[in-house]
Ligand binder design. Structure first.
Ligand code: SAM
Length: 385
Protein backbone atom coordinates (compact mmCIF):
# COMPACT_ATOMS: atom_id res chain seq x y z
CA UNK A 1 0.00 0.00 0.00
CA UNK A 2 0.97 3.64 -0.28
CA UNK A 3 0.42 6.11 2.55
CA UNK A 4 0.57 9.67 1.30
CA UNK A 5 1.86 12.50 3.43
CA UNK A 6 3.45 15.95 3.35
CA UNK A 7 7.01 16.53 2.18
CA UNK A 8 9.21 16.30 5.28
CA UNK A 9 6.96 13.87 7.17
CA UNK A 10 7.93 10.65 5.37
CA UNK A 11 10.18 9.35 8.19
CA UNK A 12 7.65 10.30 10.85
CA UNK A 13 4.91 8.41 9.01
CA UNK A 14 7.23 5.42 8.46
CA UNK A 15 7.67 5.26 12.25
CA UNK A 16 3.90 5.42 12.78
CA UNK A 17 3.38 2.60 10.29
CA UNK A 18 6.04 0.54 12.06
CA UNK A 19 4.16 1.03 15.33
CA UNK A 20 0.95 -0.39 13.84
CA UNK A 21 2.78 -3.48 12.57
CA UNK A 22 3.19 -2.69 8.86
CA UNK A 23 5.91 -4.59 6.94
CA UNK A 24 8.47 -3.63 4.30
CA UNK A 25 8.14 0.05 5.08
CA UNK A 26 9.90 2.34 2.63
CA UNK A 27 9.75 6.14 2.71
CA UNK A 28 9.44 7.66 -0.78
CA UNK A 29 8.76 11.22 -1.87
CA UNK A 30 5.69 12.57 0.00
CA UNK A 31 4.61 9.02 0.75
CA UNK A 32 5.57 5.75 2.40
CA UNK A 33 5.09 2.34 0.80
CA UNK A 34 4.34 -0.59 3.06
CA UNK A 35 2.75 -4.02 3.20
CA UNK A 36 0.04 -5.31 5.44
CA UNK A 37 -3.35 -7.00 5.64
CA UNK A 38 -6.84 -5.56 6.00
CA UNK A 39 -6.22 -4.84 9.67
CA UNK A 40 -3.05 -2.86 8.84
CA UNK A 41 -5.02 -0.87 6.27
CA UNK A 42 -7.79 0.00 8.75
CA UNK A 43 -5.20 0.91 11.40
CA UNK A 44 -3.18 3.06 8.98
CA UNK A 45 -6.33 5.08 8.29
CA UNK A 46 -7.48 5.26 11.89
CA UNK A 47 -4.29 5.58 13.91
CA UNK A 48 -1.61 7.32 11.81
CA UNK A 49 -1.71 11.04 12.58
CA UNK A 50 0.54 11.94 9.64
CA UNK A 51 -1.12 10.01 6.79
CA UNK A 52 -3.18 11.97 4.26
CA UNK A 53 -4.61 8.93 2.45
CA UNK A 54 -3.94 5.21 2.15
CA UNK A 55 -3.97 3.79 -1.38
CA UNK A 56 -4.24 0.12 -2.23
CA UNK A 57 -2.77 -0.75 -5.66
CA UNK A 58 -4.90 -3.21 -7.63
CA UNK A 59 -3.16 -3.25 -11.04
CA UNK A 60 0.12 -2.21 -12.62
CA UNK A 61 0.90 -2.18 -16.34
CA UNK A 62 2.72 -0.13 -18.96
CA UNK A 63 0.99 2.49 -21.09
CA UNK A 64 2.28 4.34 -24.14
CA UNK A 65 -0.84 6.31 -25.02
CA UNK A 66 -4.47 6.84 -24.02
CA UNK A 67 -5.71 3.82 -26.01
CA UNK A 68 -3.37 1.55 -24.00
CA UNK A 69 -4.72 3.13 -20.85
CA UNK A 70 -8.33 2.52 -21.93
CA UNK A 71 -7.65 -1.11 -22.86
CA UNK A 72 -5.76 -1.92 -19.66
CA UNK A 73 -8.29 -0.25 -17.36
CA UNK A 74 -11.10 -2.12 -19.12
CA UNK A 75 -9.40 -5.45 -18.31
CA UNK A 76 -9.61 -4.89 -14.54
CA UNK A 77 -12.35 -6.95 -12.88
CA UNK A 78 -14.06 -3.85 -11.45
CA UNK A 79 -17.09 -5.71 -10.07
CA UNK A 80 -14.72 -7.25 -7.50
CA UNK A 81 -14.40 -3.74 -6.06
CA UNK A 82 -17.78 -2.08 -6.59
CA UNK A 83 -21.39 -2.76 -7.58
CA UNK A 84 -23.04 -1.16 -10.57
CA UNK A 85 -25.34 0.85 -8.31
CA UNK A 86 -22.38 2.41 -6.46
CA UNK A 87 -20.67 5.66 -7.47
CA UNK A 88 -17.07 6.34 -8.42
CA UNK A 89 -14.55 9.12 -8.94
CA UNK A 90 -11.20 8.89 -10.70
CA UNK A 91 -8.12 11.09 -10.22
CA UNK A 92 -5.02 10.80 -12.34
CA UNK A 93 -1.51 12.00 -11.62
CA UNK A 94 0.97 11.95 -14.50
CA UNK A 95 4.66 12.64 -14.76
CA UNK A 96 6.89 12.27 -17.81
CA UNK A 97 4.02 10.49 -19.62
CA UNK A 98 3.13 10.62 -23.31
CA UNK A 99 -0.39 11.34 -22.13
CA UNK A 100 -0.10 14.96 -21.21
CA UNK A 101 -3.38 15.87 -19.51
CA UNK A 102 -4.30 14.27 -16.21
CA UNK A 103 -7.99 15.18 -16.63
CA UNK A 104 -8.02 13.44 -19.99
CA UNK A 105 -6.35 10.32 -18.51
CA UNK A 106 -8.98 10.29 -15.75
CA UNK A 107 -11.80 10.63 -18.30
CA UNK A 108 -10.41 7.86 -20.50
CA UNK A 109 -10.09 5.60 -17.45
CA UNK A 110 -13.67 6.36 -16.40
CA UNK A 111 -14.90 5.51 -19.93
CA UNK A 112 -13.04 2.18 -19.79
CA UNK A 113 -14.51 1.31 -16.40
CA UNK A 114 -18.11 2.16 -17.30
CA UNK A 115 -17.78 0.39 -20.68
CA UNK A 116 -16.52 -2.74 -18.87
CA UNK A 117 -19.63 -2.68 -16.65
CA UNK A 118 -21.95 -1.99 -19.58
CA UNK A 119 -20.52 -4.88 -21.61
CA UNK A 120 -20.91 -7.27 -18.69
CA UNK A 121 -24.18 -6.13 -17.05
CA UNK A 122 -25.86 -3.81 -19.58
CA UNK A 123 -25.72 -1.05 -16.94
CA UNK A 124 -23.08 1.39 -15.75
CA UNK A 125 -22.19 2.94 -12.40
CA UNK A 126 -22.34 6.72 -12.15
CA UNK A 127 -19.76 9.29 -11.23
CA UNK A 128 -19.90 11.30 -8.01
CA UNK A 129 -16.85 13.56 -7.78
CA UNK A 130 -17.61 14.70 -4.21
CA UNK A 131 -18.65 11.67 -2.16
CA UNK A 132 -18.11 8.57 -4.31
CA UNK A 133 -18.32 5.05 -2.91
CA UNK A 134 -15.09 4.15 -4.70
CA UNK A 135 -12.28 6.64 -5.27
CA UNK A 136 -9.78 5.43 -7.86
CA UNK A 137 -6.31 6.79 -8.32
CA UNK A 138 -4.37 6.44 -11.58
CA UNK A 139 -0.66 7.13 -11.24
CA UNK A 140 1.44 7.22 -14.40
CA UNK A 141 5.19 7.72 -14.23
CA UNK A 142 6.81 7.52 -17.68
CA UNK A 143 5.21 4.31 -19.07
CA UNK A 144 4.43 2.74 -15.71
CA UNK A 145 0.85 2.94 -14.59
CA UNK A 146 -0.46 1.96 -11.16
CA UNK A 147 -4.18 1.82 -10.51
CA UNK A 148 -5.09 2.10 -6.83
CA UNK A 149 -8.26 2.29 -4.84
CA UNK A 150 -8.36 4.87 -2.08
CA UNK A 151 -9.17 3.30 1.26
CA UNK A 152 -9.48 6.70 2.99
CA UNK A 153 -12.14 8.36 0.83
CA UNK A 154 -11.86 12.03 1.71
CA UNK A 155 -8.44 13.20 2.86
CA UNK A 156 -7.52 12.05 6.38
CA UNK A 157 -6.77 15.63 7.45
CA UNK A 158 -10.54 15.95 7.68
CA UNK A 159 -10.52 14.61 11.21
CA UNK A 160 -14.12 15.50 11.95
CA UNK A 161 -13.53 17.77 14.98
CA UNK A 162 -13.12 21.08 13.16
CA UNK A 163 -16.38 23.00 13.09
CA UNK A 164 -14.96 26.43 12.24
CA UNK A 165 -11.76 28.03 11.02
CA UNK A 166 -10.15 31.43 11.26
CA UNK A 167 -7.73 32.80 8.65
CA UNK A 168 -4.89 30.54 7.44
CA UNK A 169 -5.56 27.46 9.55
CA UNK A 170 -2.82 24.88 9.41
CA UNK A 171 -3.65 21.49 7.93
CA UNK A 172 -4.33 18.96 10.70
CA UNK A 173 -1.89 16.37 9.31
CA UNK A 174 0.83 18.99 9.01
CA UNK A 175 0.17 20.15 12.59
CA UNK A 176 0.38 16.54 13.81
CA UNK A 177 3.65 16.14 11.91
CA UNK A 178 5.15 19.30 13.45
CA UNK A 179 4.39 17.95 16.91
CA UNK A 180 6.03 14.62 16.07
CA UNK A 181 9.07 16.34 14.49
CA UNK A 182 9.48 18.49 17.61
CA UNK A 183 9.91 15.30 19.63
CA UNK A 184 7.13 16.33 22.06
CA UNK A 185 5.83 13.15 23.65
CA UNK A 186 3.47 14.51 26.29
CA UNK A 187 6.08 14.46 29.06
CA UNK A 188 6.19 18.28 29.27
CA UNK A 189 3.82 21.20 28.75
CA UNK A 190 3.00 22.51 25.29
CA UNK A 191 2.03 26.03 24.30
CA UNK A 192 0.97 27.71 21.06
CA UNK A 193 0.84 31.49 21.67
CA UNK A 194 -0.60 32.24 18.21
CA UNK A 195 -3.06 29.38 18.14
CA UNK A 196 -5.66 30.66 15.62
CA UNK A 197 -8.35 27.97 15.29
CA UNK A 198 -6.48 25.74 17.75
CA UNK A 199 -5.28 23.01 15.38
CA UNK A 200 -1.81 22.51 16.92
CA UNK A 201 -3.36 22.35 20.41
CA UNK A 202 -5.97 19.77 19.43
CA UNK A 203 -3.50 17.60 17.51
CA UNK A 204 -1.15 17.73 20.51
CA UNK A 205 -3.98 16.63 22.80
CA UNK A 206 -4.92 13.73 20.49
CA UNK A 207 -1.35 12.45 20.66
CA UNK A 208 -0.98 13.09 24.40
CA UNK A 209 -4.20 11.26 25.31
CA UNK A 210 -3.65 8.58 22.67
CA UNK A 211 -6.92 9.52 20.93
CA UNK A 212 -6.99 7.92 17.48
CA UNK A 213 -6.44 10.32 14.57
CA UNK A 214 -9.73 9.15 13.04
CA UNK A 215 -11.71 9.04 16.30
CA UNK A 216 -14.08 11.87 15.34
CA UNK A 217 -14.45 10.88 11.71
CA UNK A 218 -17.52 9.02 10.55
CA UNK A 219 -16.60 7.83 7.10
CA UNK A 220 -13.67 6.07 5.45
CA UNK A 221 -13.50 4.80 1.86
CA UNK A 222 -12.98 1.19 2.94
CA UNK A 223 -16.39 1.14 4.67
CA UNK A 224 -17.97 1.21 1.17
CA UNK A 225 -15.83 -1.63 -0.16
CA UNK A 226 -17.25 -5.05 -0.90
CA UNK A 227 -14.78 -6.70 1.49
CA UNK A 228 -15.59 -4.36 4.41
CA UNK A 229 -15.16 -6.33 7.62
CA UNK A 230 -17.36 -4.57 10.18
CA UNK A 231 -16.26 -6.86 13.02
CA UNK A 232 -12.57 -6.21 12.43
CA UNK A 233 -13.23 -2.48 12.14
CA UNK A 234 -15.12 -2.45 15.44
CA UNK A 235 -12.30 -4.35 17.15
CA UNK A 236 -9.71 -1.84 15.91
CA UNK A 237 -11.81 1.04 17.26
CA UNK A 238 -12.37 -0.72 20.60
CA UNK A 239 -8.66 -1.51 20.97
CA UNK A 240 -7.81 2.12 20.21
CA UNK A 241 -10.22 3.25 22.91
CA UNK A 242 -8.52 0.91 25.41
CA UNK A 243 -5.18 2.44 24.46
CA UNK A 244 -6.20 5.97 25.42
CA UNK A 245 -4.03 7.23 28.27
CA UNK A 246 -3.80 9.90 30.94
CA UNK A 247 -1.88 13.07 30.35
CA UNK A 248 -0.61 15.07 33.32
CA UNK A 249 0.78 18.23 31.72
CA UNK A 250 -0.79 21.36 30.35
CA UNK A 251 -1.63 22.39 26.82
CA UNK A 252 -2.11 26.15 26.51
CA UNK A 253 -3.15 28.26 23.56
CA UNK A 254 -3.51 31.99 23.12
CA UNK A 255 -4.15 34.44 20.33
CA UNK A 256 -4.59 38.18 20.09
CA UNK A 257 -7.87 37.79 18.20
CA UNK A 258 -11.18 37.25 20.01
CA UNK A 259 -12.56 35.70 16.87
CA UNK A 260 -9.74 33.16 16.71
CA UNK A 261 -10.13 32.25 20.39
CA UNK A 262 -13.90 31.80 19.99
CA UNK A 263 -13.34 29.56 16.98
CA UNK A 264 -10.66 27.57 18.82
CA UNK A 265 -13.11 27.17 21.74
CA UNK A 266 -15.76 25.78 19.38
CA UNK A 267 -13.30 23.30 17.90
CA UNK A 268 -12.12 22.23 21.35
CA UNK A 269 -15.73 21.66 22.41
CA UNK A 270 -16.44 19.67 19.29
CA UNK A 271 -13.42 17.47 20.11
CA UNK A 272 -14.56 17.32 23.78
CA UNK A 273 -11.13 18.66 24.75
CA UNK A 274 -12.27 22.02 26.16
CA UNK A 275 -11.56 20.88 29.71
CA UNK A 276 -8.10 19.65 28.79
CA UNK A 277 -6.75 22.61 26.82
CA UNK A 278 -6.46 26.11 28.30
CA UNK A 279 -7.23 29.06 26.06
CA UNK A 280 -6.62 32.73 26.66
CA UNK A 281 -7.12 35.82 24.59
CA UNK A 282 -3.87 37.75 24.67
CA UNK A 283 -1.21 39.17 22.45
CA UNK A 284 2.12 37.38 22.74
CA UNK A 285 3.53 40.66 24.07
CA UNK A 286 1.09 40.66 27.04
CA UNK A 287 0.93 36.93 27.58
CA UNK A 288 1.68 35.45 30.97
CA UNK A 289 1.43 31.75 31.55
CA UNK A 290 2.01 29.54 34.53
CA UNK A 291 4.60 27.14 33.18
CA UNK A 292 8.36 27.43 33.15
CA UNK A 293 9.47 24.76 30.73
CA UNK A 294 8.11 22.79 27.85
CA UNK A 295 7.68 22.98 24.13
CA UNK A 296 6.35 25.95 22.20
CA UNK A 297 5.09 25.28 18.67
CA UNK A 298 3.48 27.99 16.62
CA UNK A 299 2.92 29.22 13.10
CA UNK A 300 2.87 33.00 13.10
CA UNK A 301 1.45 34.98 10.19
CA UNK A 302 3.83 35.12 7.24
CA UNK A 303 1.39 36.79 5.01
CA UNK A 304 2.86 38.45 1.92
CA UNK A 305 0.31 41.23 2.44
CA UNK A 306 2.22 42.42 5.50
CA UNK A 307 4.84 44.88 4.33
CA UNK A 308 8.48 44.20 5.11
CA UNK A 309 8.60 46.47 8.17
CA UNK A 310 5.56 44.73 9.70
CA UNK A 311 7.01 41.28 9.10
CA UNK A 312 10.38 42.33 10.47
CA UNK A 313 8.74 43.86 13.54
CA UNK A 314 6.54 40.82 14.14
CA UNK A 315 9.40 38.33 14.02
CA UNK A 316 11.65 40.62 16.10
CA UNK A 317 8.90 40.78 18.70
CA UNK A 318 8.55 36.98 18.67
CA UNK A 319 12.31 36.65 19.22
CA UNK A 320 12.24 39.17 22.10
CA UNK A 321 9.27 37.44 23.73
CA UNK A 322 10.93 34.06 23.36
CA UNK A 323 14.01 35.33 25.17
CA UNK A 324 11.92 36.82 27.98
CA UNK A 325 9.15 34.27 28.43
CA UNK A 326 10.24 30.97 27.04
CA UNK A 327 13.45 30.26 28.92
CA UNK A 328 13.68 26.55 29.45
CA UNK A 329 11.60 25.87 26.34
CA UNK A 330 12.30 24.33 23.01
CA UNK A 331 10.52 26.80 20.74
CA UNK A 332 9.54 25.81 17.22
CA UNK A 333 8.29 28.17 14.54
CA UNK A 334 6.80 27.20 11.18
CA UNK A 335 7.12 29.96 8.64
CA UNK A 336 6.38 30.05 4.95
CA UNK A 337 8.44 33.18 4.52
CA UNK A 338 12.00 31.91 4.26
CA UNK A 339 13.51 35.32 4.87
CA UNK A 340 11.73 36.35 8.02
CA UNK A 341 13.11 33.82 10.47
CA UNK A 342 16.37 35.73 10.66
CA UNK A 343 14.50 38.63 12.27
CA UNK A 344 13.85 36.43 15.31
CA UNK A 345 17.47 37.22 16.12
CA UNK A 346 18.28 33.83 17.60
CA UNK A 347 20.23 31.06 15.99
CA UNK A 348 18.02 28.06 15.24
CA UNK A 349 19.52 24.75 16.30
CA UNK A 350 17.56 23.00 13.53
CA UNK A 351 15.77 24.05 10.39
CA UNK A 352 13.58 21.51 8.67
CA UNK A 353 12.33 22.06 5.12
CA UNK A 354 8.57 21.52 4.87
CA UNK A 355 5.85 22.28 2.37
CA UNK A 356 2.47 23.65 3.34
CA UNK A 357 0.62 22.91 0.11
CA UNK A 358 2.77 24.57 -2.54
CA UNK A 359 4.44 26.94 -0.05
CA UNK A 360 7.97 26.05 0.93
CA UNK A 361 8.40 26.54 4.69
CA UNK A 362 10.98 26.21 7.40
CA UNK A 363 10.23 24.58 10.74
CA UNK A 364 12.90 26.10 12.95
CA UNK A 365 13.90 25.08 16.45
CA UNK A 366 15.21 27.55 19.00
CA UNK A 367 16.55 26.22 22.27
CA UNK A 368 15.95 28.97 24.80
CA UNK A 369 18.19 28.31 27.74
CA UNK A 370 17.34 29.54 31.19
CA UNK A 371 19.30 29.46 34.47
CA UNK A 372 23.06 29.07 34.26
CA UNK A 373 23.03 28.75 30.50
CA UNK A 374 21.25 32.08 30.28
CA UNK A 375 22.86 34.24 27.68
CA UNK A 376 23.32 31.53 25.10
CA UNK A 377 20.06 32.54 23.53
CA UNK A 378 21.56 35.94 22.90
CA UNK A 379 23.53 34.42 20.01
CA UNK A 380 22.66 36.31 16.92
CA UNK A 381 21.47 34.28 14.00
CA UNK A 382 24.43 34.19 11.63
CA UNK A 383 22.88 31.77 9.21
CA UNK A 384 19.61 33.17 7.86
CA UNK A 385 19.18 30.25 5.45
C1 SAM B 1 -1.28 31.58 10.69
S1 SAM B 1 -2.38 31.93 11.99
C2 SAM B 1 -2.29 30.51 13.03
C3 SAM B 1 -3.17 29.42 12.51
C4 SAM B 1 -3.34 28.28 13.48
N1 SAM B 1 -2.17 27.45 13.59
C5 SAM B 1 -4.56 27.45 13.11
O1 SAM B 1 -4.44 26.25 12.93
O2 SAM B 1 -5.63 28.02 12.92
C6 SAM B 1 -1.51 33.13 12.94
C7 SAM B 1 -2.24 33.63 14.17
O3 SAM B 1 -1.36 34.53 14.86
C8 SAM B 1 -2.19 35.46 15.54
N2 SAM B 1 -1.33 36.61 15.93
C9 SAM B 1 -0.74 37.51 15.11
N3 SAM B 1 -0.01 38.39 15.84
C10 SAM B 1 -0.16 38.03 17.14
C11 SAM B 1 0.36 38.55 18.36
N4 SAM B 1 1.13 39.60 18.39
N5 SAM B 1 0.02 37.89 19.51
C12 SAM B 1 -0.78 36.83 19.49
N6 SAM B 1 -1.32 36.30 18.36
C13 SAM B 1 -0.99 36.90 17.20
C14 SAM B 1 -3.27 35.78 14.54
O4 SAM B 1 -4.42 36.31 15.20
C15 SAM B 1 -3.50 34.42 13.90
O5 SAM B 1 -4.59 33.75 14.52
Amino acid sequence: MIAKTFFGLEEVLAEELKNIGADNIEPISRAVSFEGDLSTMYKANYLCYTAIRILKPIATFTVGNEDDLYNQIKKIVWWDYMDVNQTLAIDAVLSYSQITHSKFAALKSKDALVDAFRDKFGERPSVDPITPDLRINIHIFRENCTVSIDSSGSSLHKRGYRVAVDKAPINEVLAAGLIKLSGWDGSTHLIDPMCGSGTILIEAALQAFGIAAGYYRKDFGFKHWKDFDAELWKKIQDDALDNQKDFEHRIIGSDRSYKAINIAEENLKSAKLHKDIELRKSTLEDLTFPISEGVMITNPPYDERLDEEDIKGLYQMIGDQMKQKFQGFNAWILSGNLEVLKFVGLRPSRKIIMYNGAIECRFAKFEIYGGSKKGKYMNKDKSPE
